[in-house]
Design a protein around this ligand. Structure first.
Ligand code: FAD
Length: 692
């Protein structure tokens, strides 16, 4: 069936709504010589991605007084990222339904994940998806109302669904329309740079945020500081995409992990990330998963003299094995250390990575079928592994060339690149192995609250995923925990506008510490920090690590932070203040990740998820057609490491690392309506002591 262009356009070229006029700052406060505008609200959401908008809408609907602030209204990964079929992972609502306990087991199958969190995501997924559909998210259905499903990464059942390449942008769109309809105040071009605390009953509690807004710059406030006074904060600022040089994150994703570290908040599972093949952010950052690889394009590299290398043929033993593993990258997209063994699909990532290390550029050509492995039969749709052949038969993808199979299976995938002036129907597509997602983040409880009362984290800011996650579960987790954080805040009556103006003493120290970093005459420019941090993370904490490299990298990261503390950071224009402070945060996050990784490896931690821990004494040596790949011999994961999580927090300039067991979930326990109803009616389900 030919799909009309108007339909393709609607799903690829998603226009965002126009923001309403910003409210005025009602108050101001003088701290030393700086006069700072103040906005008061019951709760502040930092970030306008899918997770933040969900939290804001849910809170407003519960009569919460909530404000959204965002670095860039339609920036971040939700609005700007995707893949061939960008995935939302929810309970399977087609065919025979689902089993939440089984779904929870699948979500946490990679280990180092709280069991209660996995169940919450499973059971909450139905509501998150249905409410998005109610708001107008065009998820595809069959004639009887079942949602169309497919299988994706770490997903044996087929719990994935998608609106096409831009599912998350469409999620942002429908949620933003709702936030605008509800009249939620929205401050754009506003970068949150410090969390403020005040003392209450002898304890430090959340008092609001200090942010930087170029629009607020004045003679009395040269950096453009503004204050959002509030007793509840929801951090929904996404992942730390700027941490790596080789990245498929959109530009300018800094997240809020540095902000949380500066506030002494606990982070978790920072060792866990996702890396995989895609086109980098220097061009159009996009994941090459799903149909892009399931159509089996020819993959080759070019050296300095433009000589072509059929490098995958050095790794796989037969044409059939090679092409079947290219296909499997479709739903085994993230690099996984153990899948380098036994000629599985992560050997593709390793091979691409090694070509790049040699200085060669790697391409996919959709106009050529893969060349044969020397000495073997040519590519044929008749000679594929059974799973591959079955899928392509079901999809009726028997066309002669990859581009024709792609046009048949997913024409949106071609359209999408065309929008960014890349015609994959004509030209080969350059790609690489990139950092794509931070599985760890701010440690949160079952309501999304951090170890700091009043401070919540949702979406990629939260460290709710384990070592692996099913594709699409990031978007689901953001929706589920966005809703739960809102429920918890409103259940505690915390979303009420403050009655008094914030005490200037709460701001003084924060302001001094920021001014100590913003030093126009420092020998250290923020662009140097960027180069230093990104090169260290990509070269020494990417898919292949060694104990020594990680340890040395940690020491270098610590030295960089010491230099920043001594000299501050230079910039060219005062309007760059927000960026400078974000690069400081990024330097802290980099040290935190390396501290966690160093701790993990030095305690015998092995290869899991995104990273292979290489060591000549390791148990597994990946094999290639050309022989054993001894340089990539790796240590295997210890079983006991799957049962716990690594925590990191910053105290007096030192990163303190500890461990805790995964929270458990009693699978045998069942709710009983009359017994449990009062806890819901009285709101005691929101109390920390609430018995699950
Ligand atoms: C190429 C790619 C493909 C992906 N595909 C999938 C997929 O198929 N399925 C899936 O589940 N996940 C996928 N992910 C991951 C998923 O897209 C993200 O985890 C998710 O969109 C994050 O949503 P979020 O709302 O937490 O953050 P974001 O959407 O990143 O939003 C963050 C918001 O915070 C703002 N912000 C940041 N810092 C500050 C600050 N200091 N002050 C104020 N505002 C700030 C930003 O401007 C932005 O509005 C993919 C990611 C990438 C990069």
């Amino acid at each position: 069936m030919t799909i009309p262009h108007t339909i393709l356009d609607r799903l690829t070229d998603v226009e965002m709504p126009r923001l309403p006029a910003e409210p005025h700052f009602q108050e101001q406060i003088k701290v030393a010589d700086t006069i700072i505008p103040v906005h008061q609200s019951g709760a502040v959401v930092v970030g306008s991605g899918a997770a933040g908008l969900r939290a804001a809408v849910e809170l407003h609907r519960r009569d919460g007084n909530v404000t959204i602030l965002s670095q860039s209204a339609w920036g971040g990964t939700s609005a700007c990222s995707g893949s061939d079929k960008q995935t939302l992972h929810t309970a399977n609502s087609s065919d025979q339904g689902d089993d939440f306990k089984e779904m929870a087991k699948a979500i946490r199958a990679g280990g180092a994940m709280d069991e209660d969190t996995a169940y919450i995501e499973a059971v909450g997924s139905v509501r998150s998806m249905a409410s998005l559909q109610f708001l107008g998210l065009p998820l595809p259905q069959d004639q009887l109302g079942g949602t169309l499903r497919y299988q994706t990464d770490h997903d044996e059942i087929g719990r994935a669904t998608s609106c096409g390449p831009r599912t998350s942008r469409l999620m942002v769109k429908v949620l933003a329309q709702e936030a605008i309809r509800l009249g939620i105040p929205f401050f754009n071009q506003t970068i949150c740079v410090r969390i403020l605390f005040e003392e209450k009953d002898g304890e430090q509690v959340v008092a609001g945020l200090l942010a930087v807004r170029p629009k607020a710059q004045s003679k009395d406030n040269p950096f453009g500081f503004v204050i959002f006074q509030s007793s509840s904060i929801i951090l929904a600022a996404g992942g730390p995409g700027e941490l790596y040089r080789d990245s498929v994150f959109p530009n300018g994703c800094f997240g809020s992990l540095g902000l949380a570290l500066q506030a002494g908040v606990e982070l978790v599972n920072l060792t866990e990330s996702q890396f995989g093949i895609g086109t980098r952010r220097e061009g159009f950052p996009w994941n090459l998963s799903g149909t892009y690889v399931q159509v089996m394009p020819h993959i080759y590299s070019l050296d300095d003299e433009d000589n072509e290398h059929h490098f995958l043929a050095d790794y796989y033993r037969s044409t059939q094995e090679m092409v079947s593993n290219i296909f499997r990258k479709g739903y085994q997209w993230p690099f996984h250390a153990t899948r380098m063994a036994d000629f599985q699909s992560s050997l593709v990532d390793l091979a691409v990575f090694c070509e790049n290390q040699k200085g060669r550029r790697v391409f996919m050509d959709f106009n050529r079928n893969p060349l044969p492995v020397p000495g073997d039969l040519p590519f044929s749709l008749e000679r594929l592994d059974e799973d591959v052949s079955l899928y392509l038969t079901h999809a009726k993808a028997d066309q002669a060339l990859p581009i024709d199979r792609l046009r048949h299976m997913n024409p949106l995938a071609i359209e999408l690149y065309r929008r960014y002036k890349v015609d994959i129907a004509k030209d080969p597509l350059e790609f690489a192995v990139n950092n794509q997602h931070m599985n760890g983040g701010i440690a949160v409880d079952i309501w999304g609250q951090s170890n700091c009362v009043g401070l919540y984290a949702v979406g990629e800011a939260a460290g709710t995923h384990g070592v692996t996650r099913p594709g699409g579960s990031a978007l689901n987790a953001g929706q589920v925990f966005g809703t739960r954080a809102a429920e918890h805040i409103s259940g505690h009556g915390m979303a009420i506008k403050p009655q008094h103006l914030i005490d200037p003493n709460c701001i003084k120290d924060a302001l001094l510490s920021l001014e100590a970093i913003l030093k126009a005459d420092s020998p250290l420019h923020y662009s140097d920090i960027r180069k230093d941090v990104q090169a260290r993370m990509s070269d020494r904490a990417g898919i292949l690590c060694t104990a020594k490299e990680v340890h040395d990298a940690r020491i270098e990261a610590k030295e960089l932070n010491a230099r920043i503390s001594t000299h501050g950071i230079a910039y060219d224009r005062i309007s760059e203040a927000g960026r400078v402070l974000q690069w400081h945060q990024m330097a802290l996050v980099s040290e935190a990740v390396l501290a966690a990784l160093d701790h993990y490896i030095s305690h015998g931690g092995g290869s899991r998820g995104a990273r292979a821990i290489c060591d000549p004494a390791g148990e597994i040596t990946p094999m290639a057609r050309s022989g054993p790949l001894t340089d990539y011999c790796f240590v295997v994961e210890k079983d006991e490491d799957r049962k716990k999580q690594i925590l990191v927090h910053l105290q007096d300039d030192a990163f303190l690392v500890s461990e805790r067991e995964n929270r458990s979930f009693d699978e045998g326990k069942r709710s009983f309506f009359e017994r449990d109803w009062p806890a819901w009616l009285t709101g005691s389900i929101y109390q920390p002591s609430s018995d699950l």
